[in-house]
Each structure stands twice: as C-alpha cells, then as structure tokens.
Design a protein around this ligand. Structure first.
Ligand SMILES: Cc1cc2nc3c(=O)[nH]c(=O)nc-3n(C[C@H](O)[C@H](O)[C@H](O)COP(=O)(O)OP(=O)(O)OC[C@H]3O[C@@H](n4cnc5c(N)ncnc54)[C@H](O)[C@@H]3O)c2cc1C
Length: 337
C-alpha cells in the first residue's frame, strides 16, 4: 500500500493529528508526507523524524497562506504523478475543503472524520461514528486513490526519532490562485478542543454562586453573566495548570457566558481527550454525545443524582466554587507549578 499523508499546518504550527495520519499510513505500508507552504524545511524534517519514508515539498511564496485552489491543484498534480493507493489528512477545516476539491480533480471520493481503517482484500474499510456516536458506520471509497480525513486522537501518534532524516523531494507549486490573503485576525474559534489532551468544561452551574456580589447597577441577567465569568475564570485556571482547554455546555454558551467555539456536544464539538472535567454540567444526552469517549471523565456537581455521574469515573458532589480552587491548588503543588 502506497500512502500520501498531507501534513496540515498554520504558519508552521503543525496539526498534531497529521502525525497520527502518518502513523496510520505507516502501519499500512510505505508512506510519503506532503508539505506545502513557504520556508517549510522544519516541517519536512519533522516528517522524516515521525517516520515518513519520503517527503514531497512544494515550498513557494505563492503557498505561504492556505487557499484551496493552489493547494488542491498542487496536491492533485502530485497524486496524478505518484499514483498513491491512499491519501490521508488530519480532519481540520482546511483539509475538509482541500480533500474535497482534490477528490473532484482526481474523480474519487473522500471518507471523512474516520476513526478506523482496515485493509480487507483489495478494499480499505473505514469506520466512523454516526447518529451522535450511537452507530459505527463502515464505508469504502470505490474511487482511486482512496482519500480519507482522520479524526484527531483516534489513532496512535508515532514518537519522533531525531536520528531519522532524509532529503525532501521538491515538487512544483501550482500557483493558480485568484485570491491573496491580506492578513489574519485573532478569533475565538482558534480554540482547538479536538486536539486537547485535557478539557475542563463549565455549564450553567458556573453562574450559580449567589454569595458573589456583582458590581452595582447590574440587572439580573448581567449579574448572572458576571457570576458565570467568575466561574469560568476558575475553570480557566484549572485548565491552565493542566495545559488543557476550556469547554462548555450549550446552556453556558446560550447564556452568553462563553463563545460558541467552546461548546461540546451534538451541536458543538465532539472531543476525545484523555481527561474531561465537567463542572456544573447536568449531563444531558446532547452534551454526553460530545464527550463520552473521553478516556477519564470527572464530574463536579452539587446534585448527586445528576446524570453526568453515570458517565464519570470520578464524581465530586459539591459546590464547584469551593472544589475548583482546591483542585487547582492541589494540582499546582503536585505538578510543581
Ligand atoms: C437539538 C439540541 C441540540 C443540543 N446540543 C447541545 C450541545 O451540543 N451541547 C450541550 O451541552 N447541550 C446541547 N443541548 C442542550 C442540552 O439538552 C442541555 O440543555 C444542556 O446540555 C444543559 O446544559 P448544563 O448541563 O450546563 O445545564 P443544566 O442542565 O441546567 O445543568 C446545570 C448543572 O449545574 C449543577 N450546579 C448548579 N450550581 C452548581 C454549583 N455551584 N456547583 C456545582 N454544580 C452546580 C446543577 O446541579 C445542574 O446539574 C442541545 C439540545 C437540543 C434540543
């Protein structure tokens, strides 16, 4: 099996699931990494260290910023000349677009957000969760090459080995973009819950601390949001100590406590961290479908009968405003921070 793996990055910052895709490709046969951008030698070097047998690099100022047209044309030209059996991508907003455009060029299809891939005779059978994770779908792509985007943290990540190296093969960039990127602005949607190993999430309960006195002049709703911000500050501190990300329930997002980019669940992100700490979240099914595949779930809730406890490995019944500071202090001591 000959596999190309697209290494997705933003200004040199590599999406970790790119390495997971590389590891998957390696487990099936020979694997070539594909790196696009400008001044990307460091990424090509990292690809060899993560186990690539070969690295194709299109290093050109016209590819400095991701745009679908030149990236897809460059990838399609490479796939046409190198005739891989399989092209793998980490699932990101960019690769969903890139894989789809390139699949049109190559007259093939894309299996999206897969969590498993097995060879069965001549076909590759992909697994992916559907219907909120209740059913695992098996699907095949009848085109060639098979293209697939993999869900972050669904496959093991190979350990880098700095003794591995190689000389990258330069390929031509197809600079057919009719657009240019003028700049970027920081956005809350930069929250990357998919790759986080630890997520500390807050729900409606983060606003429930009547003893906190809001500044004078606030109406009830303003006071609720102000209290919620104090609660999310505690969540942020714990996430920070654990090098984790901050998640939220939909009630917290709808309440205006925190932006939508943090929402976990059916209409938010589906996450699979090693550790998920749910604070003041009741455990509605629409929230559970987004986080129940976390390796370890910890729930902090005042109500001992809250459904979240049915999913939790560890449960703490009590007031999050008391428990979170104590937990953060304990982790700081334990981790020497
Ligand atoms: C079509 C659809 C899609 C949806 N999609 C999503 C989704 O993607 N994600 C999502 O989360 N929800 C989603 N929902 C909403 C979902 O049904 C629930 O309403 C929501 O998850 C509830 O959020 P919550 O647990 O924060 O709030 P609540 O259910 O109100 O629970 C708050 C919890 O906080 C606890 N609490 C209160 N004060 C404290 C305190 N001081 N300390 C500790 N605990 C405290 C309470 O005991 C309670 O259990 C969706 C609903 C629908 C209909």
């Amino acid at each position: 099996m000959k596999t190309l793996v697209y290494i997705d990055h933003f200004k040199g910052e590599i999406q970790p699931a790119s390495w997971e895709a590389l590891g998957l490709g390696k487990s099936l046969g020979s694997v070539s990494a594909v790196v696009f951008g400008a001044n990307v030698d460091a990424i090509a070097k990292a690809a060899f260290e993560h186990g690539a047998d070969e690295v194709f690099v299109a290093d050109d100022s016209s590819l400095e910023d991701y745009r679908a047209e030149p990236y897809a044309s460059t990838l399609s030209a490479l796939a046409s000349s190198s005739t891989p059996d399989l092209i793998l991508f980490p699932t990101t907003a960019r690769t969903r677009e890139l894989a789809a455009m390139s699949a049109v060029d190559l007259s093939t299809g894309v299996l999206t957000d897969i969590t498993g891939l097995e060879a069965n005779g001549d076909s590759l059978v992909a697994t992916r969760p559907i219907y909120e994770g209740k059913v695992m779908e098996k699907s095949v792509c009848n085109g060639k090459p098979v293209m697939a985007t993999i869900r972050p943290r669904a496959f093991p990540k190979p350990e880098p080995d700095s003794s591995k190296s190689g000389i990258a093969t330069k390929i031509e960039a197809k600079s057919d973009a009719l657009t240019t990127v003028e700049g970027y602005a920081q956005s809350e949607s930069a929250v990357n819950l998919g790759d986080a190993g630890v997520i500390v999430s807050g729900g409606r309960g983060v606003s429930n601390n009547p003893s906190l006195q809001p500044p004078a002049g606030m109406d009830d709703k303003e006071a609720e949001v102000w209290r919620a911000h104090q609660g999310f500050a505690l969540i942020g501190e714990l996430a920070n100590v654990l090098n984790g990300a901050v998640g939220a329930s939909r009630a917290a997002v709808d309440g205006g406590y925190i932006p939508y980019a943090h929402q976990v669940g059916q209409t938010g992100k589906v996450v699979t961290p090693d550790l998920y700490i749910a604070c003041g979240i009741s455990g509605a099914i629409q929230h559970l479908v987004g986080m129940r595949n976390a390796k370890v779930i910890v729930a902090i809730n005042k109500d001992a009968d809250a459904p979240i406890f049915t999913q939790a490995r560890y449960g703490v019944v009590g007031d999050l405003f008391k428990i979170l500071p104590a937990l953060t202090d304990a982790f700081k001591k334990k981790l020497g921070k």
